[in-house]
Design a protein around this ligand. Structure first.
Ligand SMILES: Nc1nc2c(ncn2[C@@H]2O[C@H](COP(=O)(O)OP(=O)(O)OP(=O)(O)O)[C@@H](O)[C@H]2O)c(=O)[nH]1
Length: 410
């Protein structure tokens, strides 16, 4: 089955460990009709159980399928280079009309998608010549989801980290996989009652409104839902996360009262009192499932802070310089080039503002807004010396500022 533009379509299966990726892969391979598929499995475990399963379970003809195991790292990071080479080799063989990749359970989908979307200058490999990323699939375990999401555990604690520098929380991984995909497969639906499933489905839709959502048991997905869908588009996938859609406001998804899922954007043009706001973050309201956006702190008047929370994991730190803090020439250039910036520009404070979205279950919106407003500078504090406000956050080094400056200049 040759593709119209003769580039080999690629489907990537992501999803946390044990969600059912291999089960889905086997099911698809057993029901794939006339597609000659090459399968790339990336597994960190030494046994490479996945590969055995595919070899024995799929009834694959060795002449038709090619199985490439990558056993010493993951597709997304350390073995990106290998993935590039492997895909290039498979594509050049010319025997396959589809490539299926099972990404490691601890892999992030964005770097994999980048591999297929951009020329790798270092390697001199351009996969876009041979392949076309067709569908990014993320598999979610309906039974384990809330447990993993709220566990507060790191990958290191679960002995699942990719390397020494891997400080990721399990929930951060889950959210990055959900927020970047075309199809969400909610697997293991046999283990969860209808009401919990519907609620989980609604929250997933809120976190990822663009993706098709499919319920499965034992990975029994219609192959047409994940092969040759033509759904992938890098730009769209990168901006598809629910929080981003909500911040753009044009796409505010309707509230789903039935399951108590809702969201709102908190926006103020007054800085937070650093100490009061950090204390608030430490007592983070449990009803908030996901929050993301930027924060203006009185003691960090040069640097916009980025806030990203998912379940018990809160990431907070410098995101970049406010345009208002740039040297005059750069500031004017930015204002000339970005009409949206002009629109939001405040005469006194420029682009400084706090703006983040909160998505949650049974959110007490009024109370959260009231708590956050208490963290803002009072009128009296607004006219006093902001540098006297206590600030226990880590210092930002001149090198870091330099880095942020160069980022802002790009
Ligand atoms: N009850 C139930 N079990 C399932 C379902 N789908 C898969 N399983 C089981 O869940 C376990 C993990 O499934 P896999 O397909 O190996 O999951 P995976 O995502 O490939 O796992 P890793 O390769 O470790 O990341 C296996 O024992 C499967 O038989 C399902 O829908 N319901």
């Amino acid at each position: 089955m040759a593709n119209a533009d003769s580039k080999i379509p690629v489907t990537v299966l992501s999803g946390y460990l044990g969600t059912g990726k291999t089960t889905i892969l086997n099911h698809v391979l057993n029901n794939r009709e006339d597609i000659r598929a090459a399968v790339i499995v990336n597994d960190l475990s030494e046994l490479n159980i996945d590969a055995d399963l595919i070899k024995n379970g799929g009834g694959l003809s060795r002449t038709e399928e090619k199985l490439v195991e990558m056993s010493n790292g993951c597709i997304c990071c350390t073995l990106r280079e290998d993935l590039l080479r492997e895909v290039e080799r498979l594509a050049q063989e010319g025997r396959f009309d589809y490539i299926l990749i099972e990404s490691t359970g601890v892999g992030e989908p964005v770097p994999v998608a980048q591999t297929f979307s951009y020329i790798d200058e270092e390697q001199g490999i351009d996969l876009t010549r041979y392949c076309r990323l067709d569908t990014m699939v993320t598999v979610v375990d309906a039974y384990r989801f809330w447990h993993d999401f709220s566990s507060g555990e790191t990958l290191v604690e679960r002995q699942q980290s990719v390397g020494e520098d891997d400080t990721r929380d399990v929930v951060d991984l889950l959210i990055s996989q959900i927020e970047f995909c075309d199809v969400l497969v909610l697997n293991k639906c046999d283990l969860v009652d209808e009401n919990s499933l519907s609620q989980l489905e609604q929250i997933l839709r809120k976190l990822q409104p663009r993706a098709a959502l499919i319920r499965t048991t034992n990975g029994r997905v219609d192959p047409r839902a994940i092969l040759n869908t033509g759904l992938f588009n890098f730009e769209e996938a990168s901006t598809s996360a629910g929080w981003m859609q909500e911040l753009e406001q044009e796409h505010h998804t309707p509230e789903t009262d039935e399951y108590g899922i809702s969201s709102f954007v908190y926006e103020r043009r007054k800085p937070f009192h650093t100490e009061r706001f950090t204390e608030w973050m430490a007592e983070w309201p449990e009803q908030v499932v996901r929050a993301k956006g930027i924060v203006w702190l009185a003691t960090r008047n040069e640097l916009a802070q980025s806030l990203s929370q998912a379940g018990p994991s809160i990431q907070f730190g410098p995101a970049g310089l406010w345009v208002a803090a740039l040297p005059a020439a750069d500031r004017q250039a930015a204002l000339r080039e970005e009409p949206e910036l002009q629109e939001l520009w405040d005469e006194t404070y420029g682009d400084r503002m706090t703006r983040f979205v909160l998505i949650g279950l049974d959110l007490d919106k009024e109370s959260i807004i009231a708590q956050l407003d208490q963290c803002l500078l009072t009128d009296e504090e607004m006219s006093s010396d902001w540098s006297a406000i206590p600030d226990e956050l880590p210092n930002v080094s001149p090198e870091q500022i330099e880095l942020l400056l160069s980022g802002a200049a790009e």
